[in-house]
Write a protein that binds this ligand. Structure first.
Ligand code: AMP
Ligand code: MG
Length: 311
């Protein structure tokens, strides 16, 4: 349920023991929507698999081809509706300037991260949004702890931040390619959970989308990049080599999803062979999450409506 324009400035809500964003009751759960530490229950759209915390996850059991029985033409129209909701809610998030939303996208090569970001965030005020695409780390990045470069790109208050690849690469590609000793990547699941808890308790709601495509679908997409000259720029010959490690990647994904799904930041597995289905369910989840966050315009200073502009 969304409420219209807020009556109270965030951090100055009566009755909740909350002052200036500090919960005087000592917990992280206040009762005001402007309470930065208040976790939001993640409303995953139907058709998305929310990974249960604390249990091994069977990724192979998720059908990458699923489309929720939805009609493609309907979903394309519904996507536009969800986008309009996102745009409206983002304006309030930005104006409120108290909390942030982090969208994490992970997938195997050709899984559709770029296309999803383009489709879901079209029309969003660029000033209220940051996109960080993480590549092979630089030597400066490698000179720091593995979370350093990710923490530096998390969204500030009022912002939607997008991670195109993320801190999960450090338990995915790094594990599959054996870039660090086993004990190092194994210790990272707990560190990632702690990092995400820090962000959540600091007012960032985290949505983690895993775009799940089948091996056959990846072949199709790679072949399209080879046969269509307009897609040549997208083809990374390295992806053909990585494909040989398909099974190792699936194992690494399944472990990361199972070990790093937490009540405050669950992993959301999106059947992603059908782009129209993927785009719609992700846009709906983003819109529903923003609505659950219930950002509000700050209270206007008293007397503002009576101000006169000098000649
Ligand atoms: P792309 O996203 O297709 O532009 O490719 C970025 C490349 O950077 C991919 O091959 C990733 O596997 C790689 N990459 C991203 N993060 C890391 C990391 N932490 N360590 C090693 N490689 C990474
Ligand atoms: Mg690539």
């Amino acid at each position: 349920m969304s409420k219209k324009h807020g009556k109270h400035h965030p951090g100055h809500r009566p009755g909740g023991g909350v002052t200036d964003g500090v919960d005087l009751n000592g917990g992280t759960r206040g009762d005001g929507p402007g309470d930065a530490g208040r976790p939001v229950a993640i409303p995953a759209a139907r058709g998305i698999v929310s990974v249960a915390p604390g249990a091994p996850f069977d990724l192979a059991a998720v059908d990458a081809d699923a489309d929720g029985g939805l009609d493609k033409a309907w979903a394309k129209e519904a996507l536009a509706t969800e986008r309009a909701r996102i745009v409206e809610l983002q304006e309030r998030l930005y104006a409120e300037r108290a909390r942030s939303l982090l969208l994490v996208f992970q997938a195997i090569d050709t899984g559709g991260k770029d296309g999803t970001i383009r489709a879901v965030l079209k029309g969003v005020n660029p000033q209220g949004c940051t996109v960080a695409s993480f590549k092979v780390p630089s030597s400066e990045e490698l000179d720091h702890d593995f979370l350093w470069r990710y923490h530096a790109r998390t969204p500030g208050r009022g912002m939607i931040g997008v991670f195109n690849r993320s801190h999960y690469e450090d338990v995915l590609v790094v594990r599959v390619k054996g870039l660090v000793p086993d004990a190092v990547w194994r210790s990272r699941y707990g560190l990632i959970n702690d990092f995400e808890r820090l962000l959540t308790e600091s007012g960032t709601t985290i949505l983690k989308f895993f775009l799940h495509i089948s091996k056959a679908e990846q072949k199709k997409r790679l072949e399209a990049r080879i046969s269509d000259p307009e897609k040549h720029w997208k083809l990374d010959p390295g992806d053909l080599v990585e494909r040989k490690s398909w099974d190792s990647y699936q194992q690494a994904f399944a472990d990361a999803l199972g070990r790093c799904s937490t009540p405050h930041a669950p992993w959301l597995v999106v059947p992603a062979n059908h782009k129209w289905f993927r785009n719609y369910v992700i846009a709906k989840t983003v819109a529903d999450t923003l609505e659950a966050m219930d950002p509000r315009f700050p209270e206007a200073p008293k007397g503002i409506a009576d101000l006169k502009v000098p000649d």
